[in-house]
Design a protein around this ligand. Structure first.
Ligand code: SF4
Ligand code: SF4
Length: 192
C-alpha cells in the first residue's frame, strides 16, 4: 500500500480543484476497467467492444484472473490522452472509466462504502475549494465492479474457463446490463 493514500470517511471533506494538468493520465497504463466501462467506451466511439481489444484495452493476468485496463503508450500516457493546443484532454471524457471519474479518490472496500482513499499525489489537492468525496459515483462503481468480478470469478473458479476466455465472456454477458447504465448523452461533457 502506497504511503501516498489518505483515508476519508463519510462526512469528511477535503480541498480539491482539478487543475486539468493531466498528471493522472500520464503515470502508467493502469486504469482498471469493468465490463461496463468497456461497453460505455465502445458505445461512445461507435464501435463493437471487440474493436477496443489490443488497440485501447489490454488485459493483465494476475492470479488466474484477467483484469482489463486501458492501454498505455510507450511513455506511460493513457492511449486516450491528447493535447489540444498544448492542453491535456481526454478523448473519451463523456465515457471515461469509473476510476477516472473518481480520481483523485479511489475505492477503499466494497464492504465499507463510507470510507474512500485519496491519492495525495494529485496536485489539485489543498487548493482553495472544499470538496466532498464522490460517494454516489463510488457506490455506482461498486455495483458494477461486484457484478463484473462475480461473473469473472464464477467463470474461472466454478466453470473452469481460462482467464482471457472468462474475461471475454464476462464482457459479453454484461452487454445487456450495460445498456441500462446511463447513456453517454447524460454524462458531463467537460473536457479534462
Ligand atoms: S485529478 Fe489531479 S492529477 Fe488529475 S488532472 Fe486533475 S489535478 Fe491533475
Ligand atoms: S480515459 Fe481519459 S481521464 Fe482516464 S486516464 Fe485516459 S485520458 Fe485520462
Amino acid at each position: 500500500m502506497s504511503l501516498h493514500y489518505a483515508r476519508l470517511r463519510f462526512g469528511e471533506k477535503t480541498h480539491f480543484t482539478c487543475l486539468r494538468c493531466g498528471q493522472c493520465c500520464t503515470r502508467g497504463p493502469n486504469v482498471g476497467l469493468t465490463a461496463y466501462d468497456v461497453h460505455r467506451i465502445a458505445r461512445y466511439l461507435g464501435v463493437d467492444w471487440r474493436e477496443l481489444k489490443g488497440k485501447y484495452v489490454v488485459a493483465v493476468i494476475a492470479d488466474m484472473v484477467a483484469v482489463p485496463t486501458l492501454r498505455g503508450t510507450i511513455d506511460g500516457k493513457c492511449v486516450f490522452l491528447e493535447y489540444l493546443d498544448g492542453t491535456p484532454s481526454c478523448r473519451i471524457y463523456p465515457a471515461r472509466p469509473m476510476r477516472c471519474r473518481l480520481y483523485p479518490f479511489m475505492p477503499y472496500s466494497p464492504g465499507n462504502t463510507e470510507t474512500i482513499y485519496l491519492d495525495t499525489c494529485c496536485p489539485g489537492l489543498n487548493t482553495e475549494k472544499e470538496a466532498e468525496p464522490p460517494w454516489k459515483c463510488l457506490k455506482e462503481y461498486y455495483v458494477e465492479a461486484k457484478r463484473h468480478y462475480a461473473k469473472l470469478y464464477h467463470l474461472v473458479f466454478q466453470e473452469g474457463c481460462e482467464p482471457l476466455e472468462a474475461l471475454e465472456k464476462t464482457i459479453e454477458d454484461c452487454a445487456g446490463e450495460a445498456q441500462q447504465t446511463p447513456t453517454v448523452k447524460t454524462f458531463k461533457t467537460r473536457q479534462l
